[in-house]
Design a protein around this ligand. Structure first.
Ligand code: ARG
Length: 570
């Protein structure tokens, strides 16, 4: 099925060809009206085309409107302001289109989906537990991956692990001096974190430790077998822990190309920068200098001691992506503090003549609003603890709402609701703002939350079950007849789903899907509170039930794009 804007563009293009064969058809676009009072969709085509046609925009609009009369998809066509054309869809058309939802694929062939979208997200630094600071990159990247896949792009999700940095020299020194074997066997990451902190403290008193750590890092990077073995061990143990958390979150990666993966590519990358005259020696280091108008600091790509840096690995990484994929675009999801870094990387790419689309999707830092939890744990909240607490709280609410649910299902639903609440609390915010996490807000069953949407979905499923139990199962071929304003408002919103997903993809803003879903929940609840379903005679009952089920379908699909499960019952 075509998305609504494209359908209207097709209808209008046909009309325009009849009245004005010379009109610039490329200027025809539809968008939702700001106020539904004035119709469902709007185009400024008459204004945009008037100049080229040397016509009066209002006059042009009225010619088009006249020729549109009688189109079965349209109930009303108006001209507003200086020449906007406002369309009100006919109820028959809306009903027939809504009926297609879930039965026909959306036609998204107008997108440029050539090549591969590589999304780099989560990317924790090895040997540190995943904490609340990793949440946003992980859920945002995962959601963007789902959104782009849903739109039909080929997507590769890459975890650019921090597995080659200065922390390894320190860890190796600390490991040899202070490791508590028993603790390490119980929880490797926690023990590594402990000795890492210990190193920091000890190095303040004894500066020679830092030199020792640098020497160990150098040995590691040069391939010393013992250091390599330890390094590999830290990675294996850290990844086991990260993957446990990713599994719990339902987050998957296609590649785990950490910084170390690019080590062997870095010298050639530097040669290229030198050969192109972009990198220059400066006080023993190798630097890329930028044009004044870029307003960027020089980017060091090799230190005085010969060591590579974060930027070096990202350049080699981008080169690898270009060599191995036909890139549709490369996307990087990190917090706002990395903006200068990616500006440098992208500027160097352009200087190299690499013209692929590169997008840094940055987000504000997450803060924690509930101080009882944070004061107990210090300011770092581990993701695992966050989820466990969310699930515990979800469990209490489910216990209260639906005590008869079998124990096993309760546990499964609590996991979906708890995780969903945490993810949604994050994804529903504009990513650019700093977010403050609050338990009560996130786990509320009301308002703009995942549990509210999950509950709306489960409620519809329960209506359908009740219908089946009373011998009137949903008819999959039921005709959807739109009669009441509440039905109409719900149905029109359902037709807007793919457009909301497209907008979310375009701006890398999953919060637009959250906004869409919240509005869907509200429109559904208004409809359901005013429109009986099961009490009606067969035709109305089947039509309304079909509308309910399309709502459930879209709610589930939308939540799925946020990485959130929709339980059948709760
Ligand atoms: N490991 C980095 C950090 O924790 C994030 C890496 C982001 N990706 C990249 N290609 N630089 O801050």
């Amino acid at each position: 099925m075509k998305i609504i804007e494209k359908q209207l563009e097709t209808i209008l293009a046909g009309t325009i060809r009849k009245v004005r064969p010379d009109a610039p058809a490329g200027k025809l676009f539809f968008t939702k009206t700001n106020d539904e009072q004035f119709g469902d969709q709007q185009t400024n085509f008459a204004m945009a085309a008037a100049k080229e046609l040397k016509a009066n925009p209002k006059q042009l609009a009225s010619e088009i409107v006249e020729a549109l009369a009688g189109d079965p998809a349209l109930a009303k066509v108006d001209i507003a302001g200086p020449g906007f054309i406002n369309l009100t869809l006919s109820n028959d058309f809306i009903g027939a289109e809504v009926a297609k939802i879930g039965r026909e694929q959306y036609d998204l062939s107008f997108l440029d989906r050539q090549g591969t979208v590589v999304i780099d997200y989560s990317s924790p630094n090895i040997a540190k537990p995943m904490h609340i600071g990793h949440l946003r990159s992980t859920v945002l990247g995962d959601s963007l991956k789902r959104i782009y896949r849903w739109l039909g792009y080929t997507v590769v999700g890459d975890n650019h692990l921090g597995d080659w940095g200065t922390q390894f020299g320190k860890l190796i020194v600390a490991y040899r001096r202070w490791l508590d074997r028993d603790a390490y066997e119980k929880s490797a990451i926690e023990e590594l974190e402990r000795i890492y902190v210990l190193f920091g403290q000890a190095a303040e008193a004894d500066k020679s430790l830092e030199d020792e750590a640098r020497a160990e890092l150098k040995k590691l990077q040069e391939g010393d077998p013992e250091n390599r073995k330890l390094w590999q061990e830290f990675i294996t143990l850290s990844l086991a822990e990260y993957n446990r958390i990713y599994d719990r979150m339902g987050v998957k990666f296609d590649t785990y190309h950490g910084e170390s993966f690019f080590h062997d590519r870095m010298p050639a990358m530097l040669d290229l920068l030198i050969e192109k005259g972009l990198a220059k020696e400066s006080e023993g280091a190798l630097c890329v200098f930028f044009d004044d108008k870029e307003k960027l600091h020089p980017c060091i790509v090799r230190k005085q001691d010969g060591a590579f840096l974060y930027a070096t690995s990202d350049l080699a990484c981008l080169q690898f992506k270009r060599d191995n994929y036909t890139l549709n675009r490369a996307v990087y999801v990190t917090d706002e503090r990395q903006q200068p870094h990616f500006k440098q990387i992208f500027a160097i790419a352009r200087m190299l003549g690499w013209n692929e689309q590169l997008d840094h999707v940055w987000f504000g830092i997450m803060r924690f609003g509930d101080d009882t939890f944070s004061s107990r744990k210090g300011n770092v909240i581990k993701l695992d603890e966050l989820f466990t607490e969310a699930v515990r709280r979800a469990r209490l609410v489910i216990e209260e709402k639906n005590p008869e649910l079998p124990a096993e299902e309760k546990a499964a639903v609590a996991e979906m609701v708890g995780l969903g609440a945490v993810k949604y609390a994050d994804l529903s915010q504009n990513r650019i703002s700093a977010v403050s996490f609050e338990w009560d807000k996130a786990l509320s069953f009301d308002g703009n939350t995942a549990p509210y949407l999950q509950y709306t979905h489960a409620r519809i499923k329960s209506i359908a079950r009740k219908a089946a139990e009373t011998g009137r199962p949903a008819d999959p071929n039921a005709q959807i007849t739109i009669t009441t304003p509440a039905e109409r408002r719900l149905a029109v919103h359902l037709l807007g789903f793919p457009t909301a997903v497209l907008k979310a993809a375009e701006g890398y803003k999953p919060n637009l899907i959250a906004e869409y879903l919240f509005e869907l929940g509200q429109r559904f609840n208004t409809f359901y509170n005013s429109s009986p379903v099961l009490k009606e005679g067969d035709a109305v009952m089947q039509s309304r039930l079909a509308l309910c089920l399309r709502t459930a379908h879209v709610a589930k699909e939308g939540l799925g794009l946020l990485g959130i499960a929709a339980p059948e019952r709760m």
